[in-house]
Design a binder for this molecule. Structure first.
Ligand code: GYE
Length: 303
């Protein structure tokens, strides 16, 4: 069902983008076979979420009969800029991309605009005030996700007045989900002085880096009560670090993550993660379909 919605929305957005662009000879014309050619620049393959998102894009393009030119930027903005320039050169009909960081896109997007190729931002937004540089943004409200993580924590410690020491594993520095998940969470916990973020550092949204940074956190902070990781993968890496230090994840250190990928859900069911805020990669989640729902601490078995 979600996938169907995703396909319809993506197609509608793409077709809408083309129509808005003013028609045939003005836009690029990557191929003459009547098919829409879409150049997509993906962030990379840093997490389970991203892999699922890539699959969703490829399947949706196939179902919609779109000719997809897919490019993996390996988490580097310069690679995304190169890919976008190459799409412009190839005169694709439409460009979509998930910006690795929020800033620094104006020049290349101006080039796409001058070439009359419409651009769609997917998953992550940019911080440019010039909204004429793209047609639309299809993605989640990451501030809301951070707030949900904070709300859970506030409830979890409602009956305690003791200080709560939190460590935070941030996503990719400068990315919209890292900035916004940090802000949403920070705003909620700031309402109660007992919550203290004792360390906060990037784990680059990867399992390996999540583990490495958590190891360092454990060495320098003997008293960690809670880990807030901006995605499941970093949380899963951190679980290895916590177990390696002889502590019990989910009990000695409570863990909150975002995404709800399969391995994350398994760790949740095993009691190693306490709370996951869901962010679905398989839907073009507009306001009606982004993470309104948070996952319960223990998922009940399907009937
Ligand atoms: O949470 C993380 C991924 O932009 C929502 O990027 C996405 C984030 C997702 O690498 O796992």
């Amino acid at each position: 069902m979600r996938r169907q919605i995703s396909t319809i929305l993506l197609t509608a957005a793409l077709v809408g983008g083309l129509t808005a662009c003013g028609g045939g000879d003005e836009a690029g014309s990557g191929s003459d076979d009547g098919k829409i050619t879409l150049g997509f620049s993906q962030v990379g393959a840093e997490s389970g979420w991203r892999t699922a998102n890539t699959k969703s894009i490829q399947e949706s393009a196939k179902t919609a009969g779109i000719d997809l030119k897919f490019s993996d930027a390996q988490q580097k903005q310069e690679n995304q800029i190169k890919a976008i320039r190459s799409f412009i050169q190839q005169k694709v009909d439409i460009i979509a991309f998930s910006p690795v960081v929020e800033s620094g896109w104006d020049t290349v997007l101006k080039e796409a605009k001058d070439a009359k190729i419409p651009v769609i931002l997917t998953d992550r937004a940019i911080d440019s005030p010039d909204t004429s540089l793209y047609k639309t943004f299809i993605g989640s409200d990451f501030i809301e996700e951070g707030k949900k993580a904070g709300d859970w924590l506030v409830k979890e410690y409602a009956s305690s007045t003791d200080p709560v020491n939190i460590v935070e594993l941030q996503g990719t520095t400068g990315s919209a989900p890292a900035n916004d998940r940090m802000k949403g969470f920070g705003d909620v916990i700031a309402t109660e002085p007992k919550f203290k973020i004792v360390a906060s550092q990037t784990g680059e949204f990867t399992r390996a880096k999540g583990k490495e940074v958590m190891e360092a956190f454990l060495k320098s902070n003997p008293d960690i009560d809670v880990l807030y990781a901006h995605n499941d993968d970093m949380g899963l890496g951190a679980i290895e670090a916590i177990e390696g230090a002889g502590k019990k994840p989910g009990t000695d250190i409570k863990i909150i993550t975002v995404d709800a990928v399969k391995d994350g859900m398994q760790a949740l069911a095993d009691g190693k993660i306490n709370f996951i805020v869901e962010c679905s990669p398989c839907s073009a989640h507009n306001s009606w379909n982004w993470s309104k729902r948070s996952t319960p601490a223990k998922p009940s078995k399907p009937a």
